[in-house]
Ligand binder design. Structure first.
Ligand code: MLT
Length: 259
């Protein structure tokens, strides 16, 4: 029997999603540092939609058709520059602190990142795909409580081909939040593991995120070090974001939906 609550830790597991019937599954994708945290921040600051695309070429192709879109994304953590595109400078990188109201309000953003956009696209056949981040974790938990799905699959974006500690913590925090509704006797060991990991770290989540490999990488880059604390904040936003059938990420609900 398929467990009702499960976590995928590593990108290598994305491949198996192609073989899996996800028609009764809600997937929640976590790329805490930083793609899903950044997308949620962009929507909070008034971005109309975000279109996650596979690579730089796909982003440039959308810009050629729709010159009004903003281009965003990173390679090796840094904003994509003209040398990587053959002349086009991306408007934004992948730092949530860049996605201010002034920069993104009313805009559609085309985004490519190393793992986060890849994880979102891997879940595209699911009944519903939500974005997971600490920034709106309570709202996502409340949404899942109000609209229970047959299966809940938490997908960690990871780093290149490896699992990422901060994503496992995010997934664990959501497991903890929805445990009463989803786990009764039907949680996969992966969900038990993620929840245990989170419970050990929850008293100082900021420190745990700093200790992750991605956290240490970002802390070593002066202009990006502030992203670590920015992405480790809990329940700053009270809305849920999801991947729509047209391939864009948008806000799904408004207001203070969580307690
Ligand atoms: C990713 O999508 O791989 C990450 O968000 C990378 C990053 O910008 O830190």
């Amino acid at each position: 029997m398929t467990p009702r609550l499960e976590v995928l830790f590593a990108p290598a597991e994305f491949a198996m999603l192609k073989e899996r019937d996800l028609s009764r599954t809600v997937c929640v994708v976590f790329d805490v540092l930083r793609a899903t945290s950044t997308m949620v921040t962009a929507l909070a600051n008034g971005a109309k939609a975000i279109l996650p695309v596979a690579d730089i070429q796909a982003a440039l192709a959308v810009r050629a058709r729709c010159p009004e879109v903003l281009l965003a994304g990173e390679r090796e953590g840094l904003r994509i520059d003209a040398a990587q595109t053959g002349g086009t400078e991306f408007d934004l990188g992948n730092s949530p602190r860049e996605f201010t109201r002034e920069a993104v309000s009313g805009k559609t953003i085309v985004m490519t990142t190393t793992n986060g956009t890849r994880a979102l696209r891997a879940c595209a056949t699911a009944q519903r795909v939500l974005l997971g981040s600490f920034l709106n974790l309570g709202a996502v938990g409340a949404w899942l409580g109000r609209q229970p799905s047959a299966e809940l699959l938490l997908v960690c974006g990871g780093t290149l081909e490896q699992a990422a500690y901060e994503d496992a913590l995010g997934a664990g925090a959501l497991c903890d939040r929805v445990w009463p509704e989803y786990a009764a006797g039907e949680a996969a060991d992966s969900a038990v593991m993620a929840r245990e990991l989170y419970r050990v770290a929850e008293s100082d989540l900021g420190l745990a995120v700093e200790r992750s490999r991605n956290g240490r990488r970002l802390l070593a880059i002066p202009e990006l070090r502030g992203d670590v604390a920015a992405c480790a904040r809990r329940d700053v936003f009270g809305f849920v974001a999801g991947l729509e059938r047209d391939g864009t990420v948008r806000r799904l609900s408004e207001g203070p939906a969580f307690t």
